[in-house]
Every structure is written in structure tokens, then in C-alpha cells.
Design a protein. Structure first.
Lengths: 611, 229
């Protein structure tokens, strides 16, 4: 691709995406992801910054961050690829070593982008349009969506700022991924492993935290937009700092983040910590205690956890954004010690196969949904470890630990839904009835979900699918069924028994059986969404170095067409012949009409004379 | 196939008609009126024949491909016959008009002879027929591609333009022959014109190759020789 970028003869690239002949590794991300917006900089651990100590993504070639002056299309449809191949073979192939003859097969790629240069330029132009134009034309939109959060003890959503008497342990993971192509991001090992682990851990923890609540509250958060310089986590930290969130940084006791945990398979898991903040004695003590708790929790399972060398920095994680504001004790749990084990980090090849999620042949989709693969079992163990560690970290009683076990069946269903097929019976039962209806914009189209953050419901159609899935799955796993009607579910504040500040109310489809349709019902859960848009756009600092400034350009139509082109000689010949015919006919007609009397004298009617 | 081909084909198809118009018709307003009216009559005939074809299509089974093809053949022949009917109708109209023209002119006879009216009417028919057969092709030729991805010849645009040129001239000559035949009551001339028109329409619609373009031009020259009889 770099050769084509530098060549002046390339007008566009169409990539045929196929599964055969896959390279051993391919990561279009940079070798040091999010190096400018993490915690390590000149002021904080300068010798750890810019991956001086550990290169996290050694296979990264930075392709996603190159500026290509021509369109690059990905062709996944076999039929379309077949048509293009046939056109090439019929017309463009060399015959016996000589160049192919006209007419030649050509392809035209349309993907006109309205934004140019960089975010600062296009946001400035958009602002000018909005201010001075009658019909403002927006050129680009900031990447935005929602974070999903929940907690074991419900938090009052209308009370912003410091929450009194709340000490919170944050358990976090990321919700998004990306690849070189737009909206293609299967992100299996990079993102799904973390999501599935945390969801299963929440499911394992919830009943125990209701019966024997631990001292501290546990706050679960799924951050959106982490691939693009930590959009979601920077927004949450920014809100916490300005007292615009249900808790603030004083409430946070410690943090556990789940990174990429899908490929540990028999090896140990690793707990990363930040060496700079551990120079503070109290932070160091707490971190060591966290690691001990995790080790003892792992001892009961078939897992081993270890910590890498003390001088190694944190891998790219949302925890780094929290550290930028406050030195909080925390750990990041991953399956890699130094560099990523994931050879296809943030690429379109990071799919089910990369995560070793394979099913034996001959199963129906419903059977595949509940089949417990090895990947599911191993992730279930990690989830159990996370849940138990969190319970003890939050001050729970260790005698209850044996009751906390992640359910492999739930993990299998989650894995199936997130990496194989999102339109399955379980997801359909969790989502509201209007979503499960088939439609072009339905979020339940066929295939696995794509984890690209997108532009939010303001610009595109329905809300981002993954955010919705996680929200409704959490409602299903942690919520309680109520017998409210649909209208009561939409407006629960009218009822005295329901509290809109502490809970959200969801109207869901319910399970559908073979002979009957589903009966919708209302679920009450303390699951909330919080806006995930970079603070740079609220502060109007479009060139900010502290916050993410990613935007996506607007476009009108993206399509391609193939046709034959004729040679230049033939075109000029046609024009020449046309001009010649025109001139010749003008000459002949002029000549004949001026000599008409001479030529057509016999044709003139003589008036009849009568004698 | 780009602007060069657009202009080239436009000049080929409409060059002679344009030059005939500029040098023989434009100066005389009466001829211009007869030209436009002739074009309009051809348009009417096309409208009616396409209406008939459309109704027959809608009334028939759209899945039966053979029936659709047969209906198309029927449509073409019906259209040719209707064009000739309208040519005859135009002839009757112009005959009636000559008396009125003679009344309002300075001399005793009308300012325009039947032969001239025949030529102008034929040219009107030809220009309109050419426009209808060529305009869509011309607008498609503006794009970057050319014909051929489904296996057809890449010389389609040139061939279509030459076809239109021949058809325009043929209509002109047929107009003269037809009116001559009607004047002198030589019915075999009218029959010859109609059958030639049917033949050309059949050839054009169902056997589209270069060689037949040559044949069409042969007909053109034959018709022009007929005219001098």
C-alpha cells in the first residue's frame, strides 16, 4: 500500500477481502497505540513514554494513520468480485506478452469526502457555515457515542458531583475497535474478550452483592471510543472533574481494567501496574494488596496470574486517563506480558478465528448459540477470577467467594452473539420489540457486530448496535422483572413505587418460543448510558493535545462501477468523422442549393396555360 | 465515451439535416412551419403506436418472453404503418392548405409547390425520427465508458449515428416519393415506399451489424435515384 501511495499512476485501490492466504500478522494500527494521549509524557515517566521500554504492537505498520489521496475500497461480496475478475480476464489480460487492446475494462470509485486536511480546518469551516450560511453544510462530525455503566448499589443519577459516603471500585473495559476500513471492526480479541469477561463477571457478582453486599460499591463501566485516543474514558474523567457525573474522583478507591484476555490459553494472565504512581507509598501498598487478592482468587481456579517487571509501564488502557488526573491504585489484566499476543490488533482479521471460537460442523444456529467452546470456558474462568477479585477488593467477605462463579453457558451465548452472529434468539429476546422487527436500518442484521464507534444517533440512524446490546444485556443480567405496562414503563415517574433516579426501565421483547410470539415485559435495572464525545469539542479546542480530536468526514455517496473504455484514437476518429461529415454536408448543400435552378430546372412546375 | 464522441456522433447524425435546414429551409418561414408540423405529425404517430404497444404489453403476460418479443415485432411494424398513415394524413392536410395559400398569396399559385412541401415534410419526419433514435444514445455517450461489457461491439455509437443519418435522409426521400405517388395516383410508388420502410425497420431492429448499415445506405441512394424519375 505504501508503494501505491507514493506512485503517481494509482488512482484507486479495490481490495478483495478473502480468508485464504492470510498473512501471519497484520495490524494497521501504530506500534505504540494512543501514545500521545496516555499518561506517559515528558512530565510523567519520560523514559517510559513512546514505548521506549516495551513496544506494545510490534506488528503494527501504521497503515490506518496514513493519508491516502485515492479511495481504497474493500470488496467482500463474492459475486461482485467475480464480475470484476471476469471483466479483467476478458479484456485486460496480456495475450502472448503483448499489451491488451482497447476497449479495456475500467473501474470508477466514488467516495467524495467533504472534509480536508485535518480536524481543525474542517471544524473551522463548519463553524463558519453554521454562523453565516442560510443552509449550513456540515463538513465533518466528531466521533461520539455512549459509555455504558452500572453499579452494584444503585447510584442516584440526578445527584451530580461527589457522592457522600461512597467508595467505589471501578471495573472497566473498552467497547470499541477499528480497522483500516470504515465500519469494519470485528475486534474479537481486542475488544470482545474484555466485554464478554466483564459481562460474565457482572452476572456472577450480582446475586452475591445483593445478598451479602460488600463495603464498597462496584462501578462497572464500558468505555466507547478507546481506539481513538480514549474518547469515552477522557469524557468520563472530564465529567468527574467538573462534578458533572454521579461520582467524582474522590469517590474512586481503586480500579481494575480488563484488557485483551482472550488468548491466554494455558499460559498465565498478567497484572500490569503503573510504576510511577507506585512510587507513592500508599498507592504501592494498595496495588500490592490488589495483586495478592487476585493471586489468592486465582489459586482456587486453574489460572495463574503474575505481574511483569516493575519498571514496565501500563499497556494502552482507559486506566491511563484516570491516572492523568489522580494517582489511583489500579491494575490492568491482560493475557500478554510485554507485547500483544494478538497478531491482528485493530484489523479486520481480528475475528472469531483469531479468538479460537470454532464450532463443530453440523450444528444449527440455536445449537451453536449454547455450545460451550474452549474459548468460552477459558473466558468464563477469567470472568470468575475478575468477579472474585472485585468482590474481595470491594471489602466483601471471603467466605462467599465460592458462590461467585461465571456461567460458561452465558459466556458461550455472549461470544456467539458478539463474534459470530448478532441476530440470534437470545439477543432478540433481550431487545425491545421495535428493534427486532426486520428493516434496513435494524441493528439486528446478519453477521457479527462491528465495533467502530460511529457518529452517534444524531447523524446516523438507530443507536450504535454494540452499545445497545451491552445496555440490554446488562439489563437482562442485573435487572429485575416488573409487571408494569408499556406506557408505565416509558413513564415510571408517575408511579410511587418506581424510582427513575436510581433505575432505568426497559421494555423488552421476551423469549419467543416456536409456537407462540414473545410477550414483552418491563425490566428495571440500574444501567445507564453516558455521553462519550471528546471534551475537546465541548471546549472548542479542535487542535487539543490533551484530548481526542477525531472526526469523520461527511460524504454523500460511496459506490463503484465498472465499464469499458475505448481508446483515445477511436474517440478522436469519431470526432473527426463527425466534423468531416458536417463540413461536407454544409458544402454540398450550399453548392447544390446555390445551383438549384441549374440542376433542377426540369423539376420546376410550369404553370399550365390554357388556350 | 466522453465529449469527443458526443460531438462526433451528434455531427454525424444531424450534420446533413442541419445543413439542409440552414441552406434550404431556414430562410423561408413557410417551409419552417411545414417542417415543424411534419415533425409534429411524426411525433403523433409515434405516440399512438407506442400507446398501442404499451396497452398490449400491460394486457399480456409479462413473464412470457417469447410473447413479449412477438409483441415488440408487432409494435415495430404497427409503428411503421402508422407513420405512413400519418404521412398520408399530412399530405391531405397540405393539399387542403395549398388552396388557402394560393388565396392569400400575391400570385395566382401558392408560394410553395407540392414537391417542395413534400421535401420539407419528409425532412421534418426525418429530423424528428432521428432525434428520437439518437438522443438517448448521445446522452449515454457523454459518460466515461463505452459499449461492450456485455459482449456488444464498441463501435455502437458510430453505427447508431450513421444509422440515424441514413434514416433522416431516407425519410426525406420517402416523403418526396410518397407525395409524388399521391399526386399522380401512382399507388405502386406508395406501396414501394411503405414496403421499403418496413424492410428498413425490420433490418434495423433485428439484425444489428455493420454490414446492414452499408445496405441502408444503398437503400438511401436507391431511393434518391427513384426520386429523379
Amino acid at each position: 500500500m505504501m508503494r501505491m501511495k507514493n506512485s503517481s499512476r494509482v488512482a484507486g485501490v479495490a481490495v478483495i477481502v478473502s480468508k485464504t492466504g492470510l498473512a501471519d500478522n497484520f495490524s494497521p494500527h501504530t506500534t505504540c497505540p494512543n501514545q500521545n494521549t496516555g499518561v506517559y509524557s515528558e512530565n510523567y515517566g519520560p523514559d517510559l513514554a513512546n514505548c521506549n521500554v516495551t513496544v506494545w504492537n510490534p506488528f503494527g505498520n501504521g497503515l490506518s494513520y496514513e493519508d491516502f489521496a485515492f479511495p481504497v475500497f474493500a470488496l467482500k461480496d463474492e459475486n461482485q468480485t467475480q464480475v470484476i475478475r471476469k471483466c479483467y480476464e476478458d479484456h485486460n489480460q496480456r495475450v502472448n506478452g503483448s499489451a491488451p487492446k482497447y476497449p479495456l475494462c475500467a473501474m470508477q470509485l466514488f467516495s467524495h469526502m467533504h472534509a480536508v486536511t485535518d480536524t481543525v480546518t474542517c471544524m473551522r469551516r463548519t463553524d463558519l457555515q453554521n454562523r453565516f450560511s442560510i443552509n449550513p453544510e456540515v463538513l465533518c462530525d466528531p466521533l461520539s457515542d455512549f459509555n455504558v455503566w452500572t453499579s452494584t448499589r444503585p447510584l442516584n443519577n440526578s445527584a451530580k458531583g461527589h457522592a457522600a459516603d461512597e467508595s467505589v471500585v471501578i471495573a472497566a473495559t473498552r467497547l470499541d475497535g477499528r480497522s483500516f476500513f470504515w465500519e469494519q471492526a470485528p475486534a474479537a480479541e481486542g475488544t470482545v474478550s474484555g466485554i464478554v469477561t466483564l459481562l460474565a463477571a457482572i452476572q456472577a457478582l450480582y446475586p452475591v452483592t445483593q445478598e451479602a453486599p460488600p463495603t464498597r460499591n462496584i462501578f462497572f463501566s464500558f468505555f466507547q471510543g478507546e481506539a481513538f485516543d480514549y474518547i469515552g474514558s477522557s469524557k468520563m474523567v472530564y465529567d468527574m472533574k467538573r462534578n458533572d457525573f454521579v461520582i467524582d474522583l474522590d469517590n474512586v478507591h481503586s480500579m481494575l481494567e480488563i484488557g485483551q484476555v482472550g488468548l491466554h490459553s494455558g499460559r498465565s494472565l498478567w497484572m500490569h501496574s503503573d510504576p510511577i504512581s507506585r512510587q507513592n507509598k500508599s498507592v504501592d501498598t494498595e496495588v500490592l494488596e490488589m495483586m495478592d487478592r487476585m493471586r489468592s482468587a486465582a489459586a482456587g481456579l486453574k489460572l495463574t496470574v503474575d505481574h511483569p517487571s516493575v519498571s514496565q509501564p501500563l499497556p494502552p488502557s482507559s486506566f491511563q486517563r484516570f491516572l492523568r488526573e489522580r494517582q489511583i491504585p489500579g491494575l490492568v489484566l491482560t493475557d500478554h506480558n510485554t507485547s500483544f499476543i494478538n497478531r491482528y490488533y485493530e484489523s479486520m482479521y481480528d475475528d472469531a478465528e483469531n479468538l479460537n471460537v470454532t464450532y463443530p460442523p453440523g450444528l444449527t444456529p440455536d445449537e451453536q448459540l449454547v455450545y460451550e467452546t474452549d474459548a468460552a470456558k477459558s473466558l468464563a474462568e477469567v470472568a470468575t477470577l475478575v468477579a472474585r477479585s472485585l468482590y474481595v477488593q470491594a471489602g466483601g467477605n471471603e467466605s462467599n467467594l465460592n458462590n461467585i462463579t461465571a456461567d460458561p453457558k452465558t459466556v458461550a451465548q455472549l461470544l456467539y452473539g458478539f463474534v459470530i452472529q448478532k441476530n440470534n434468539s437470545w439477543f432478540r429476546s433481550l431487545l425491545p420489540p421495535e428493534v427486532t422487527k426486520k428493516g434496513v436500518n435494524s441493528i439486528l442484521s446478519s453477521g457479527p457486530p462491528q465495533f467502530y464507534i460511529g457518529l452517534g444517533p444524531r447523524v446516523h440512524g438507530p443507536a450504535h448496535s454494540v452499545t445497545r446490546f451491552v445496555q440490554y444485556i446488562l439489563a437482562n443480567l442485573t435487572g429485575s422483572v416488573t409487571n408494569l405496562t408499556e406506557s408505565q414503563c416509558q413513564n415510571p415517574s408517575e408511579l410511587s413505587t418506581e424510582n427513575k433516579d436510581l433505575f432505568s426501565y426497559f421494555w423488552v421483547s421476551g423469549p419467543a418460543s416456536v409456537n407462540s410470539t414473545s410477550e414483552p415485559f418491563c425490566v428495571r435495572a440500574s444501567v445507564r448510558l453516558s455521553k462519550a464525545v471528546s471534551p475537546a469539542f465541548e471546549l472548542l479546542e479542535y487542535g487539543s493535545r490533551n484530548y481526542s480530536t477525531w472526526t469523520e468526514s461527511r460524504w454523500k455517496s460511496i459506490r463503484a462501477r465498472i465499464f469499458l473504455v475505448a481508446s483515445r484514437e477511436l474517440e478522436m476518429l469519431t470526432l473527426g468523422v463527425g466534423v468531416a461529415v458536417l463540413l461536407l454536408s454544409l458544402l454540398v448543400t450550399y453548392f447544390i442549393s446555390s445551383k438549384a435552378e441549374l440542376l433542377f430546372s426540369s423539376a420546376r412546375e410550369t404553370p399550365t396555360t390554357t388556350y | 465515451m466522453t465529449v469527443a464522441v458526443f460531438f462526433g456522433c451528434a455531427f454525424i447524425a444531424f450534420g446533413p439535416a442541419f445543413s439542409l435546414f440552414v441552406f434550404t429551409i431556414a430562410r423561408d418561414p413557410l417551409r419552417v412551419i411545414i417542417l415543424i408540423a411534419g415533425a409534429f405529425f411524426w411525433l403523433l404517430s409515434l405516440l399512438l403506436s407506442s400507446l398501442v404497444w404499451f396497452i398490449s404489453i400491460k394486457a399480456s403476460n409479462s413473464q412470457d418472453l417469447r410473447l413479449q418479443r412477438d409483441l415488440l415485432i408487432f409494435g415495430v411494424f404497427f409503428s411503421v404503418l402508422l407513420q405512413e398513415v400519418f404521412r398520408f394524413a399530412y399530405y391531405r392536410l397540405l393539399r387542403k392548405a395549398t388552396e388557402g395559400l394560393a388565396a392569400i398569396s400575391d400570385e395566382d399559385t401558392s408560394a410553395i409547390s407540392v414537391r417542395q412541401m413534400a421535401y420539407v415534410a419528409g425532412l421534418g419526419f426525418g429530423i424528428m425520427s432521428g432525434a428520437f433514435s439518437m438522443i438517448n444514445v448521445l446522452s449515454d455517450s457523454l459518460g466515461p465508458g463505452t459499449v461492450g461489457i456485455f459482449g456488444d461491439s464498441q463501435y455502437y455509437f458510430i453505427t447508431a449515428a450513421l444509422m440515424t443519418l441514413a434514416l433522416t435522409l431516407l425519410h426525406t426521400f420517402w416523403g418526396v416519393l410518397f407525395f409524388e405517388g399521391c399526386e399522380k395516383s401512382r399507388w405502386w410508388v406508395i406501396a414501394a415506399v411503405v414496403s421499403l420502410h418496413l424492410l428498413v425497420a425490420g433490418l434495423v431492429s433485428f439484425t444489428w451489424t455493420h454490414t446492414f448499415t452499408v445496405h441502408i445506405h444503398y437503400f438511401t441512394s436507391t431511393s434518391s435515384q427513384l426520386r429523379f424519375r
